[in-house]
Ligand binder design. Sequence first.
Ligand SMILES: [Fe+2]
Length: 136
Amino acid sequence: MSLEVRAHYSLCVQDLDAAVDFYTKVLGGAPFYRQRNTCHVSLEGHHLVLHQVRSSPRWAKLGEEVSGAPIPHFGIIVDDERYERILSAASADRSVLIAPKRRRRGTALDHICFFVADPSGYPWEIKRYVGGAPPF
Ligand SMILES: [Fe+2]
């Protein structure tokens, strides 16, 4: 394992099997360690841990929409091929929250993105940059 910058996400979910299915089949993650109420998933090189809880995940209900995006949200930046694969899987899964839209056209942040919601309601942004790598 290289020590590039990686993010760690730890989420409460209500149905662990449904969450694992979503993060595997829709977003393309790879589960690598599972216990009874927890599953660790590699998601685009980042460490995602899903924890099944009895109560509703309050965090997922705190958001609001700002400028056409659910805030707060998580996001992954992918290449064109992954973008199309995830969009197709999310459409089949009916988990698309906000349809694809081009944003920041003509700037260094020119990108196309859409939003999905996991089975517990967590919003994820799927983003691909137009015309090259992002400026970070
Ligand atoms: Fe975002």
